[in-house]
Design a protein around this ligand. Structure first.
Ligand code: ATP
Ligand code: MG
Length: 344
């Protein structure tokens, strides 16, 4: 198996170096894979003028999985849209057909104090949000800003085909099957026809998963329930836009942007794995970045692309051990802890 490693910008190279150290330990213990470095984002713009150069396209197309640090930074903000680092990320998702974005929101007991909610509301929180990533209003149909009747009018089109809904529903049901057999589908069917279809197709798909209990919730209610009683959820499946918003909301329940990994999968479980945080230019090259989100992204890679559940759990248990021994980077630190940098 081949893993493309795209460190990217800002803290990307520092956190990726730590994730690679973890992979090297697994390799020493017998796991077989090759790591192939490549350029994406601002570093690729600097080297080639493009955020997603052809060599990187070839590399990620041939790899089984991609491990990504983070891209972007203030240095690139003045570039035209097509040359921005973030465009590289959108292109790689599109090139690889990564339609399923998995974002766990887990509260580690040691970090309960970092959540904005009361400990009893969030303790033991372990939610998986499955967000559709290649459709919806972000990509659909007619869009633009036009002059109409003497004023500007902005418009976008929310669009999903039943095939697109069905394939993300299957991913979510299969994940629910491996967890507590509960799936909540989030839509806005009372006002948006597109999401009426979403609800219909998810319900149809549920016939193939009689062992999973399916519920439906309107997105406004879901946003409220996530704050009121987040532990009622186990797996949530939703479209691109609602998932964008709800997954950021859910991540904050855990209070630690430096702890949360993500996976983006295609139909064959080939995937791109990255921390949910950005390139954090404010702390780059200061040995301050928390590498755990990236290390946990490696665990997701082993679980979803390589089917190495044991190695995935080994990494996750090591992270728990590090926390229980009170080692903390500054983003999750508090007084009385063993404060460490990225590298220790
Ligand atoms: P993007 O637009 O790429 O999401 P951003 O500037 O919105 O970037 P981040 O780069 O995620 O957001 O940074 C937000 C804040 O969180 C910053 O203050 C940053 O220092 C902090 N942060 C992000 N990731 C980490 C990390 N791994 N360790 C410690 N602090 C982090
Ligand atoms: Mg951000």
């Amino acid at each position: 198996m081949k893993i493309a490693v795209l460190a990217g910008d800002g803290i990307g190279p520092e956190i990726i170096a730590q994730a690679v150290r973890v992979l090297t330990v697994l390799q020493r213990d017998g796991l077989k894979f090759e790591l192939e470095p490549g350029l994406l984002g601002g570093c690729a713009v600097d080297a080639t003028g493009e955020p997603f150069p052809e060599v990187t396209r070839k590399l990620v197309t041939e790899a089984d999985a991609v491990l990504l640090g983070a891209v972007g930074g203030p240095r690139y903000d003045m570039l035209p849209r097509q040359q921005r680092p973030e465009q590289g990320l959108l292109s790689i998702r599109k090139t690889l057909g990564l339609f399923a974005n998995l974002r766990p929101a887990i509260l580690y007991p040691e970090l309960a104090g970092a959540s904005t909610l009361k400990p009893e509301v969030v303790s033991g929180l372990d939610i998986m949000i499955v967000r559709e990533l290649t459709g919806d209003i972000y990509f659909g149909g007619p869009r633009g800003i036009e002059q109409r009747d003497g004023q500007r009018v902005g418009f976008n089109t929310m669009i999903y085909s039943e095939a697109e809904i069905r394939r993300i529903a299957h991913v979510a049901f299969q994940i629910a099957r491996k967890r507590s057999h509960k799936l909540c589908s989030v839509d806005k069917m009372n006002v948006l026809e597109c999401t009426q279809l979403w609800r219909d197709v998810v319900t149809e798909t549920s016939k193939e998963y009689p062992d999973v209990i399916l519920s439906h919730m309107l997105v406004d209610n879901a946003a409220m329930q996530l704050i009121r009683d987040p532990k009622q959820f186990d797996v949530i499946v939703t479209g691109n836009m609602f998932g964008d918003i709800l997954s950021d909301e859910a991540s904050m329940l855990t209070g630690s942007i430096g702890m949360l990994p993500s996976a983006s999968l295609d139909e064959n479980n080939k995937g791109l794995y990255e921390p949910i945080h950005g390139s954090a230019p404010d702390i780059a090259d200061k040995n301050m970045a928390n590498p755990l989100a990236t290390i946990l992204s490696v665990a997701m890679m082993l679980r979803y692309t390589f089917n190495q559940e044991d190695s995935a759990q080994r990494i996750e248990n090591s992270v728990k051990k590090v926390l229980s021994q009170n080692y903390r980077t500054s983003d999750i630190g508090s007084s009385g802890m063993n404060m460490v940098g990225t590298v220790e």
